[in-house]
Design a protein around this ligand. Structure first.
Ligand code: NAD
Ligand code: HSE
Ligand code: NA
Length: 432
């Protein structure tokens, strides 16, 4: 007997899910062992032609009625946002249906509630499409690395900002004109806030941290977030001079003693030889470091209707197979309860470029401020001279709070005309 799928939302991703379900129905049936059939599609408004070629009777505006219908086995949620998506997913779970969703916003805000409900009902909730679109990443973290200890997950998880930073790097363009180009090409939304201020990446970071460290309580609100709107052409040039490229990274890391985790999103200067430095345009990539597996890298399209629908279909096949086997693999029963430590306690290192007066004692005074805050200087160089002198310093690793205090005190010095560039530096290989 066919398994019936309810689709919630028929936008960019939903329409591609319908297309793939139609085009691949024979293959899907043989991979699952039973055919999948669309039992209904919830939309906001009826009557618009959606080019699906489906019976108009399948469309409904009663999403709640659809997800609780007895003949529905599986629910795909591609509406997005918190409500009504959360209520619909919880209702579907409660009535015994397994769910596939692409909704990072919801999982980052309230994933614990959704997973607890799924455990209680003995159904699956799969969400590969919610982070890094098409890239198989969440199931590898959840399943393939279940026997390992993940130390760090670090990645480019927002395509729009990667596109903008890549344009700034390759063309020397400014932020505003690169954003305009991203909008013209359809990468960035008319309101680009979620992307350029790092909210989208922060939601994904929360989901990654939860999976990597089995910490059920991590939400988007726990993520330290800085976007890319303040990244200047000068920062990019400064990075280039050090053999680095600027990337917006989501970084989830266990503390050295393993008793807490840090979860953050901010621009980073990354050495050009780092695998993530070569990820250009709107591509996503995530670098995972695990105790036994070592370094792993996942790369591909993080967005777009068809790539995202590919991840949804993969999940749909997995939950359908589980259902046929009368099994489910709900997650989250194991909670390490590791707390998220404040950004100030995170160990980072800084690149600082200072426009200074070129006279005796300036470097000594600057070095003294680093020393006063317990921050060791890794290297320092001077560019230009006279009125155009710039001191460029890179620190060794130190608590982020000590580094931010150092920068504040440098800014207040008379002999520092301005702080031209401040950015965290992520080293590759043995870091110190
Ligand atoms: N587009 C991508 O590249 C991409 C990538 C990864 C994840 N996602 C996620 O996939 C989800 C869907 O994204 P999208 O790009 O398809 O968005 P979209 O805006 O194109 O589609 C959402 C659709 O849901 C419909 N909708 C809204 N409220 C509804 C309701 N109450 N009942 C029924 N339908 C309703 C809207 O009318 C719209 O057609 C989001 O969670 C998004 O974060 C999208
Ligand atoms: N807006 C996101 C895609 C959806 O997650 C990006 O630019 O990567
Ligand atoms: Na993915």
């Amino acid at each position: 007997m066919a398994m019936k799928v309810a689709l919630l939302g028929c936008g960019v991703v939903g329409a591609e899910v319908v297309r793939l379900l139609n085009e691949q129905s024979t293959e899907l049936a043989s991979r699952i062992g039973t055919p999948l059939e669309i039992g209904g599609i919830a939309v906001r408004r009826l009557g618009r032609s959606r080019g699906t070629g489906l019976d108009p009777e399948l469309f409904t505006t009663d999403a709640m009625g659809l997800v609780t219908r007895d003949d529905i086995d599986l629910v795909v949620e591609v509406i997005g946002g918190i409500e009504p998506a959360r209520s619909l997913i919880l209702a579907a779970i409660k009535s015994g249906k397994s769910v596939v969703t692409a909704n990072k916003a919801l999982l980052a805000e309230d994933g614990a509630t959704i997973h607890a409900a799924a455990r209680e009902a003995g159904v699956d909730v799969y969400y590969e499409a919610s982070v890094a679109g098409a890239i198989p990443l969440l199931r590898p973290l959840r399943d393939s690395l279940a026997g390992d200890t993940v130390h760090r997950v670090m990645g480019i998880v927002n395509g729009t900002t990667n596109f903008i930073l890549d344009r700034m790097d390759t063309l020397g363009a400014g932020f505003a004109e690169s954003l305009e180009e991203a909008q013209a090409l359809g990468y960035a939304e008319a309101d680009p806030t979620a992307d350029v201020e790092g909210f989208d990446a922060a939601a994904k970071a929360a989901i990654l941290a939860r999976l990597a460290f089995h910490t059920q309580g991590v939400t988007a609100a726990d993520v330290h977030r800085e976007g890319i709107t303040d990244v200047t052409a000068g920062d990019i040039a400064s990075a280039k001079a050090m053999g680095c490229v600027v990337k917006l990274l989501a970084i989830c890391q266990r503390s050295a003693d393993g008793t807490s985790v840090g979860v953050r999103v901010h621009p980073v200067m990354l050495p050009r030889e780092h695998p993530l430095a070569t990820v250009n345009e709107a591509y996503n990539a995530v670098f995972v470091e695990a105790e036994s597996a070592g370094r792993l890298m996942f790369y591909g399209a993080g967005a777009g209707g068809a790539p995202t629908a590919s991840a949804v279909l993969g999940d749909l096949v997995a939950v359908a197979r589980n259902r046929r086997a009368s099994a489910a693999a709900p997650e989250g029963a194991h909670d390490t309860g590791l707390p998220v430590h404040p950004m100030g306690d995170t160990i980072t290192r800084y690149h600082v470029a200072l426009d200074v007066a070129d006279r005796p004692g300036v470097l000594a005074r600057v070095a003294e401020i680093f020393a006063d805050n317990g921050v060791s200087i890794k290297n320092v160089r001077q560019e230009g001279f006279g009125d155009d002198a710039q001191l460029v310093l890179v620190s060794h690793q130190a608590p982020d709070a000590a580094l931010t205090t150092t920068v504040e005190q440098l800014r207040a010095l008379d002999m520092v005309r301005s702080v031209a560039s401040v950015m965290r530096v992520e080293a590759f290989g043995g870091d110190s």
